[in-house]
Design a protein around this ligand. Structure first.
Ligand SMILES: Nc1ncnc2c1ncn2[C@@H]1O[C@H](COP(=O)(O)OP(=O)(O)OP(=O)(O)O)[C@@H](O)[C@H]1O
Ligand SMILES: NC(=[NH2+])NCCC[C@H](N)C(=O)O
Length: 350
């Protein structure tokens, strides 16, 4: 039997500042409660995390790619509210002119930027998201992805490391070095993100660990390019080259309205998060100023051990905030120009 009535009771009777609480009105609930996507996704799958975690900021995940249309009376207002747009629409993918991107290294002396990372999320077309996926479907997606990754050549050529066979020590080392994902996010867990863990999960990387792919973490796929220092152009170009090669082998879930479809509505569109780990000890003494520069430049500060962590020793993870309603190239430019300002502000700070 569905847990929807119980979830609805928790949500409608509880207090929450989440976008789920705000937009899942009684009227919306009544309209959607009996709907089902072709892959079997339900409203319960979309609201479970937010109903069980009233402290969520968003609280909604899609059950599967089609869920974005089947449950649009809930998902559209959440998307518009989160991404601050008045219509759910997205331009076609545009990675920009690869031979003249205009991303000169941001920090030639290496004083501020520790490392640079750009990631995108992708979903396999025709497969559900975690709450609806079976272990078999996850395995199937894992196999498909490994086969595609194994065709990469040159700098991108690498190897797959399964979470099922990795030792706890190897796993921890990869986490400590900022390469690997973990399973400690309760909101994602309640959304079904860790169902069947560690089955069909793992990480692919090249010898230099500059190109990585996460399999069956939050999204079916996360492609990541990263390296020490502030050469944003080099990191971005590597990622674009990987995506272009992989999209010849795999078909990704995409919608004209939403761009690339991801499990969480916050990642839709470009799905791109470009970040630097940046050392700004002076600004760190006055987080209000730092937060204002970030807000003015549409940047998001995080701690250096991932989402919801605190800064350590004046080092922050700072990335572009917007992912929907702009192109990949524009998202990169927002990050690049914003980080330039932050470096200048740190230089000017007392
Ligand atoms: N610029 C960077 N340099 C080195 N490591 C980074 C950088 N940016 C992020 N990381 C590391 O990547 C890992 C994942 O971070 P995090 O979960 O915050 O972001 P994400 O993978 O973009 O996904 P999501 O936004 O869904 O949380 C963490 O270990 C984090 O420290
Ligand atoms: N990794 C993410 N998708 N983060 C964004 C949303 C996280 C969580 N579901 C919330 O509502 O607060």
């Amino acid at each position: 039997m569905s847990d929807l009535p119980e979830l609805w009771k928790k949500l409608s009777e509880g207090e929450s500042k989440s976008l789920l609480k705000k937009h899942c009105t009684k009227e919306v609930y009544e309209k959607l409660k009996d709907k089902k996507s072709k892959l079997g996704g339900t409203l319960a799958d979309c609201i479970r995390s937010g109903a069980l975690n009233l402290n969520s900021g968003v609280g909604v995940y899609a059950c599967d790619p089609e869920g974005y249309e089947v449950f649009k009376e809930l998902l559209d207002p959440v998307i518009m509210d989160y991404h601050k747009v008045d219509k759910v629409e997205h331009p076609p993918c545009d990675f920009g002119p690869q031979d003249k991107l205009g991303f000169d290294p941001l920090d030639a002396t290496g004083e501020f930027i520790v490392s640079t990372r750009v990631r995108v999320g992708r979903s396999h077309e025709g497969y559900p998201f975690p709450p609806v996926s079976t272990d078999e479907q996850r395995k199937d997606m894992e196999n498909k992805t490994i086969a595609a990754l194994n065709t990469l050549e040159g700098e991108l050529k690498g190897k797959y490391y399964s979470l099922e066979t990795m030792t706890p020590e190897e796993n921890q080392q990869l986490i400590d070095d900022h390469f690997m994902f973990k399973n400690d996010d309760k909101m994602l867990g309640d959304a079904g993100g860790y169902n069947g863990w560690p089955k069909a999960r793992g990480i692919f990387f090249n010898d230099n660990k500059t190109f990585l792919c996460w399999i069956n973490e939050e999204d079916h796929l996360r492609f990541i390019s990263m390296q020490k220092g502030g050469d944003v152009g080099e990191v971005y170009k590597r990622l674009v080259s990987a995506i272009k090669q992989l999209e010849k082998k795999l078909t990704f879930a995409y919608s004209k309205r939403h761009g690339y479809l991801t499990f969480c509505p916050t990642n839709l569109g470009t799905t791109l998060r470009a970040s630097v780990h940046i050392k700004v000890p002076k600004l760190a003494k006055n987080e209000e100023v730092l937060n204002k520069i970030c807000a003015d430049n549409k940047l998001q500060p995080r701690g250096i051990h991932g989402e919801h962590t605190e800064s350590v020793g004046g080092v922050y993870d700072i990335s572009n905030k917007r992912r929907l309603g702009l192109t990949e190239y524009q998202a990169m430019q927002e990050m690049y120009n914003g980080i330039k300002e932050i470096i200048q502000a740190e230089k000017n700070a007392k």
